[in-house]
Structure formats: C-alpha cells, structure tokens
Write a protein that binds this ligand. Structure first.
Ligand SMILES: [Zn+2]
Ligand SMILES: [Zn+2]
Length: 246
C-alpha cells in the first residue's frame, strides 16, 4: 500500500530542457534558480509564515501566556500535533482559492516546498505520508484532490513513501461556520484506513487546518488500522480563537 512517488522519467527529462515553474505561481514574474518556493521574493513577503507563537497541539497561531488554544484539550485527540506553513490570512486564502478552484496545480509545488520547510523545523519522525481524502463523488465533481497533489509533491521532495489507503466513505455537510464540537460530530466515522500502516508513524497532509477536526478524524482511522503515531501538516492554519466556554 505504500508507494514511492517519483516524477516520471519523461517529466524529469522535460524538467532539464524546459525547467518548470520558472515563473512565480502568483504574479507570473520570472524566477531565478535560487527562489526555491516557486514564488517570487515580492510575493513571498506577502505570506505570513506561521513561525511565531502557536498552540503546541494544533499549531494555530495564538497570543498570550497559554501553551494551547481554546479548542485543544477538550476533546479526544488522536494525533500528536499539527504544524502549518503559513497563517491563513487574506493572501494565503487567495492562493489556496486559485489552487482549489482555478486548476492552478503548480501551487501544489509551492505549498509542498513551504510545508517541507516547516516540517524540517519540527521533530516529527515519519514513516509514511497520507492525505485528507475526498469521497469518490466529490472527487468526480472537483476532478482533483488538492491535498493529494500537495502530498505527492511533498513525497517527491522528502523521499517519504505515500500511503493512499485513507478513504472518505461518507459525504459530510459543509464544515464552514460550524464550531469545533459540531465539526467533530459531523466527521465522526467518515474516514477509513486500509491496511498498510501497522506500527508506522504517519503524517497527514491537508491544505488548511481550522479546528483540526478533519486531521483528528483521519488520525482516529489510521490508529484504528494500527498506526503508531499520527502527525498533521498543512499549508495554512487559521488563527486560533480565544478560549471558548462550553
Ligand atoms: Zn510573484
Ligand atoms: Zn490548539
């Protein structure tokens, strides 16, 4: 079930003669080799790297003395921790929208590179990479799963194998506007992991993390299939809300 993701030989050869992504994926400006994030220095400056104080569990940017955000700690958590490359501000939102709905798949490379940078700042020990799945039906409608594209690019960068046995077996109603507890309830039991992750430490890739409920549900399924540890890594993370009284 684990597979090595490699660019095809044909693609590799065309990379040499026609180097890909020599333009900024945001503004189209020509890039030079050293701009490894596939984004020009001017556009890069507009990103808010999620490197300041974060919730130690879910990785959301937080302020104040607390080590954890208002959402973490109140529910059953199946993952070790989540980290995100950038803060989900207006600029990060525009890029993600282009990637998800504009068929601009080149953003996958840019996001994966930013996430690899973040990953290297953590002490995650990972044996395999998984991604947040879509149901067959949504995949048909949307044509591609943005998280799968990012995960494949991430595997190419890191050399880690891909586990594509995590499945979403039920459609869920929209998570937008729902609180943390409702998101959890809405998602319970919708993910299923096939065999192949027994005793492995698995990193789940997603585009955006809001409450962490989606990655938590993936972690629940992966643990059920025998995974030893589950981590999460996303392109962007929303800023944590202040403590919520339940
Ligand atoms: Zn640019
Ligand atoms: Zn948190």
């Amino acid at each position: 079930m684990l597979k090595t993701v490699e660019r095809s030989i044909k693609e590799k050869i065309s990379d040499v003669f026609f180097p890909p992504s020599l333009t900024c994926c945001v503004c189209g400006e020509e890039l030079f080799d050293e701009y490894e994030y596939y984004i020009c220095p001017e556009c890069f400056k507009l990103l808010t790297l999620n490197d300041s104080k974060i919730c130690l569990r879910c990785g959301s940017k937080i302020e104040g003395e607390e080590s954890y955000c208002g959402i973490c700690g109140s529910d059953e958590v199946f993952y070790e921790y989540i980290r995100s490359a950038v803060v989900y501000d207006e600029f990060a939102r525009i890029l993600l929208h282009k990637f998800k709905f504009g068929n601009h798949r080149e953003f996958g490379k840019c996001f994966a590179k930013l996430m690899e940078r973040k990953f290297n700042l953590t002490d995650m020990e990972v044996d395999a990479v998984a991604y947040v799945p879509m149901t067959e039906r949504s995949l048909k409608e949307r044509r591609y799963n943005q998280s799968e594209i990012i995960a494949c690019e991430f595997c190419i960068l890191t050399g880690l194998p891909l586990f594509d046995g995590l499945k979403k077996i039920k459609d869920t109603s929209d998570q937008v506007g729902k609180g943390a507890a409702d998101r959890m309830k809405n998602l319970k039991g919708v993910m299923k992991a096939q065999s192949g992750v027994e005793n492995l430490s698995v990193l789940v890739i997603d585009d955006i993390k809001t409450t962490g409920a989606t990655i938590n549900e993936c972690a629940r399924a992966l643990k059920k299939a025998g995974a030893a540890k589950v981590y999460g890594l996303t392109y962007a993370s929303t800023v944590a809300k202040v403590r919520i009284n339940k």
